[in-house]
Design a protein around this ligand. Structure first.
Ligand SMILES: [Zn+2]
Length: 76
């Protein structure tokens, strides 16, 4: 794992972080180039997934797909 909060970046992009978790991550994001890069990297992925599933809400299904991609990318 290259960064302990990297998983949170994916969750943040899909809107899965809420309340205190979201606030904490946003605070961290403003100071962390690694997480900012993660968010920028995931944003187009989320948009592509949303476009592929226009009637689906970005919840468990998207999160699973995204987390699978994260796992595949964990060697970075
Ligand atoms: Zn970070």
């Amino acid at each position: 794992m290259h960064h302990e909060l990297a998983d949170d970046a994916a969750l943040y992009v899909v809107g899965a972080l809420t309340g205190a978790d979201k606030s904490a991550f946003e605070a961290h994001l403003s100071q962390c180039a690694v997480c900012m890069a993660e968010v920028r990297e995931f944003a187009p992925v989320v948009e592509a997934l949303a476009a592929a599933m226009p009637n689906a809400t970005p919840e468990a299904r998207v999160r699973r797909t995204l987390m699978a991609r994260l796992s595949a990318d964990s060697s970075i």
